[in-house]
Design a protein around this ligand. Structure first.
Ligand SMILES: Nc1ncnc2c1ncn2[C@@H]1O[C@H](COP(=O)(O)OP(=O)(O)OP(=O)(O)O)[C@@H](O)[C@H]1O
Length: 231
C-alpha cells in the first residue's frame, strides 16, 4: 500500500500541496479528482520522486520513499504514466516498451503478453515510431510501458485527457483488469468525474492544494464533486 501522509510541496515560494494525505491500497483503484491547477500532478510528482516534498512522508509498504530518486522508486514498484504520455517519439513502439526494462533484473526483461491482449493495436504497430501513433495509442503505449516494469502500484496522470471516447473505454477496461488480475494498487488523478466514478473504489477530491473530501466511490456526493470541479 502507498501511504502519503501530510505532505507539503513548494515551487520556490509558492505552495502547491498543503497537508495532503492519500492512501492507495493493493487491489483497489483510488482516484484523486480535481480541476486544472489544484495540485494533482504535483501530488504524483511527489509520489514518483520528480519533486521533493517540504514536509510529510511517502511510504510504499514499510519503505519510506522520501529522498529516493525516481529510478529507485521505480525499482521499488512504482509505475508512472505521466500527463501527456511522454513516450519517445523517435523510438519504435517495441523500443518504447523496452525502456520499461531499466528497473528490472535481467531475468524479468520481457514484455508481458497481457499488454497486447489489452491493447492489440500495440502489437500491430510494434515497428512503428511512437511519434506516428495517435494520442490515444500513445496513452496505451505509456500504460503498456509502465506495465513492463511490473509495478506494485500504477500511478496515472489524467489518462483520459484529450483521448477519444472509445479509447477511454479501453483504458478503463485495462485499469480494471490490472486491479482484478494482478491485485495492483492503482492511483489515478483525473478531472473527468464520470470516468472516475465508474472506475474508482475510493475517491479523494482536491481543491487548491488540499484534500477537501474523501470517501468510497459508491457514496460519492456528485453535486459536491461537481462543485469542486467547476471554477
Ligand atoms: N514547475 C512549477 N513551477 C512553479 N509552479 C508550478 C510548477 N508546476 C506547477 N505549478 C503550480 O502549482 C499548482 C499545482 O499545479 P499542478 O500541475 O500540480 O496541478 P494539476 O491539478 O495537476 O493541474 P493540471 O491538470 O493542469 O496539470 C498550480 O498553481 C501550478 O501553476
Amino acid at each position: 500500500m502507498l501511504t502519503v501522509d501530510n505532505i507539503n510541496l513548494h515551487y520556490g515560494a509558492a505552495q502547491a500541496l498543503r497537508g495532503v494525505s492519500v492512501k492507495a491500497q493493493a487491489g483497489k483503484i483510488t482516484c484523486v479528482l480535481g480541476r486544472n491547477g489544484v495540485g494533482k500532478s504535483s501530488l504524483l510528482r511527489a509520489v514518483t520522486g520528480q519533486h521533493p516534498v517540504s514536509a510529510g512522508t511517502i511510504a510504499l509498504g514499510e519503505t519510506t520513499l522520501n529522498g529516493m530518486p525516481p529510478f529507485a522508486r521505480a525499482r521499488k514498484g512504482i509505475g508512472y504514466v505521466p500527463q501527456g504520455r511522454e513516450i519517445f517519439p523517435l523510438l519504435t513502439v517495441k523500443e518504447n516498451l523496452e525502456t520499461g526494462f531499466a528497473p528490472l533484473p535481467r531475468k524479468d526483461r520481457s514484455i508481458p503478453e497481457d499488454i497486447f491482449s489489452l491493447f492489440p493495436v500495440l502489437r500491430s504497430m510494434l515497428g512503428r515510431r511512437g511519434g506516428d501513433l495517435s494520442g490515444g495509442q500513445q496513452q496505451q503505449l505509456a500504460i503498456g510501458r509502465a506495465m513492463v516494469t511490473r509495478p506494485a502500484i500504477l500511478v496515472l496522470d489524467e489518462p483520459t485527457e484529450g483521448i477519444q471516447p472509445s479509447i477511454i473505454k479501453d483504458i478503463g477496461r485495462a485499469i480494471r483488469y490490472l486491479r482484478d488480475s494482478t491485485g495492483m494498487a492503482i492511483l489515478l488523478v483525473e478531472q473527468y468525474l464520470d470516468f472516475c466514478r465508474e472506475l474508482a473504489d475510493y475517491v479523494y477530491i482536491m481543491d487548491r492544494g488540499e484534500i477537501v473530501h474523501e470517501g468510497l466511490a459508491e457514496t460519492l456526493d456528485t453535486q459536491e464533486a461537481r462543485r469542486h470541479l467547476t471554477v
